[in-house]
Write a protein that binds this ligand. Structure first.
Ligand code: ASP
Length: 291
């Protein structure tokens, strides 16, 4: 039986040198949170959701608290989860201020419906017992500063990525993936990125789990995670599979980003075409973070 393993990312982008350690440490912490779940016999789904929840609660990343803002300065959150064993999936898009969108997406694994959006996603989340917050509870000063730079000063929206995700393999060899984001800074209200879309930002089956981050529109055009998974199914290593699809995105679709992947057997991969992609890992006897 392959050994349990979890890998997380804190977004592809360009984290300034002086902040890289902090981003790596947050990922190492999230990986260890997911690792504890695996260590105590939890499933891959439970582990990725616990790890992503830890990243959502950390205001340095663009998800949950600390999320990017719409052009109106509002909160609009996207998240999804997929279980490789059952092929079940759940996702939310354009969700307002809820602390942990990944937990709402996780609840949808029990439903026939996969993706809920906007006000109806919020109503459903509240009906499941999730608390709706004031937007201010998720908006942090660094996000407001970046929002002003993009929306009021017309600056570049390359706000150090910060989307978060996790992939895991549990003690039974089952796989799962989850991703969560506030999306692109200054996005149109109602814009949905790649992160809540199964087969684009998130994918898991019996052979591999993938979570992506980057220019959402380009990743959608490439159907990113499904392409990576197809390559792995045909025998490519995860690192080569991610690199190949990233190359196509860069060459033909005008985007950049990165992804993490764990195969059912063999080496995991964290590959990017951007300057940085913070990530963390945990397996019995080995854990850490990098950016
Ligand atoms: N992929 C995310 C989106 O387009 C952004 C990111 O990963 O930084 O919503």
């Amino acid at each position: 039986m392959p050994e349990p393993l979890i890998l997380v990312h804190g977004g592809a982008g360009s984290v300034p040198t002086e902040s890289r350690q902090r981003h790596a440490d947050g990922c190492a912490l999230a990986a260890s949170v997911g690792g504890e779940v695996l260590d105590s016999g939890g499933t891959a789904v439970e582990a990725v959701c616990a790890a992503v929840e830890s990243l959502e609660n950390n205001p340095i990343y663009n998800s949950g608290k600390g999320c990017a803002l719409t052009c109106n300065g509002g909160v609009s959150l996207d998240s999804s989860v997929m279980c490789g064993k059952t092929n079940r999936a759940g996702g939310v898009a354009c969700l307002g201020a809820f602390r942990n969108p990944v937990r709402v997406a996780q609840c949808l694994l029990e439903e026939e419906t996969i993706l809920l959006v906007g006000i109806e996603a919020e109503r459903w989340a509240e009906a499941q017992g999730f608390e709706r917050l004031q937007e201010d509870e998720l908006i942090v000063p660094s996000a407001v500063k970046a929002w002003k730079h993009v929306v009021q000063e017309g600056g570049s929206s390359n706000w150090a990525g910060g989307t978060v995700g996790a992939v895991a393999r549990d003690a039974h060899g089952d796989l799962a993936a989850a991703t969560s984001t506030g999306g692109t800074m200054g996005k149109l209200p109602g814009r949905v990125g790649d992160s809540p879309l199964i087969g684009v930002g998130t994918y898991a089956d019996e052979l591999c789990a993938v979570s992506a981050t980057g220019t959402g529109e380009a990743f959608m055009r490439a159907v990113f995670a499904a392409r990576v998974a197809d390559r792995i199914r045909r025998g490519e290593e995860p690192a080569g599979a991610i690199q190949n699809v990233l190359n196509r995105i860069e060459r033909e679709l005008g985007g950049a980003g990165g992804a993490i992947s764990i195969p059912v057997e063999g080496d995991y991969a964290a590959i990017k075409s951007t300057t940085t992609m913070s990530h963390g890992w945990w397996s019995p006897g080995d854990s850490g973070g990098d950016c």
